[in-house]
Design a protein around this ligand. Structure first.
Ligand SMILES: C[S@@+](CC[C@H](N)C(=O)[O-])C[C@H]1O[C@@H](n2cnc3c(N)ncnc32)[C@H](O)[C@@H]1O
Length: 195
């Protein structure tokens, strides 16, 4: 088993960008673990938009957030993340994708390459200066492998003067989950001549 705790690494990245009072998005709500974490991180004045295509996900997440006293700062949306631009009209300081299907849930309700591409493009276009988009990929199944390859080429083409894109991957365990962190610079960088 690999030693890297993906979730702990996620949070390290996110913590550097989330501002109290900020707006963030959970693009794959599931059972709401990330939604709740994000809602706590933005504090009372912040807001979380969360998306899922399964009503069951909204029910579980609503219960979790209500129990934790966080529901008032969240908008739960039963729609594809590919339609996020219809709902979010302000810059986000963080956006989280946890691709794939719910562990123990319906495997046919997995994220799909085509809609993931649109959703990640939308998330990047909504990303505030100094914001972050974090995408966890699960290459242990076919669609996850395709999503990883698609994101690899799409994100490698992002303008380096505006974004830094990192990929954290265990290279000797190819089916282990990995993630991309897309960090937007607070000021656009200019090319420097290298000698
Ligand atoms: C790996 S789970 C997310 C787990 C979640 N982060 C949690 O804390 O429980 C992936 C979720 O993405 C959802 N999903 C699949 N396609 C989607 C789409 N087009 N838009 C939004 N959510 C989608 C699935 O229904 C599933 O709940």
């Amino acid at each position: 088993m690999p030693n890297i705790d993906l979730l702990a690494m996620h949070k390290l990245f996110l913590q550097n960008h989330i501002k109290p009072g900020g707006t963030v998005a959970d693009f794959t709500m599931g059972n709401g673990h990330d939604t709740a974490w994000l809602a706590d991180a933005v504090g009372e004045g912040g807001h979380v938009y969360a998306f899922d295509i399964q009503t069951q996900a909204l029910e579980h997440t609503r219960a979790r957030l209500t129990e934790a006293g966080l529901i008032d700062r969240c908008t739960l949306i039963c729609d594809s993340h590919a339609n996020a631009a219809n709902y979010i009209k302000e810059p986000i300081c963080a956006g989280v994708f946890n691709l794939g299907y719910l562990p123990g849930g319906d495997r046919t309700k997995t994220t799909l390459c085509a809609s993931t591409k649109i959703a990640v493009e939308t998330a990047i276009s909504l990303c505030a200066k100094d914001g972050i988009i974090l995408i966890a990929v699960y290459p242990g199944h076919e669609e996850g492998t395709r999503e990883g390859e698609m994101l690899d080429s799409m994100l490698a083409a992002l303008d380096h003067r505006s974004f830094s894109v990192s990929r954290l991957r265990i290279i000797n365990s190819p089916t282990s989950p990995f993630f991309f962190a897309v960090e937007r610079h607070d000021v656009e960088r200019h090319d420097v001549e290298r000698h």
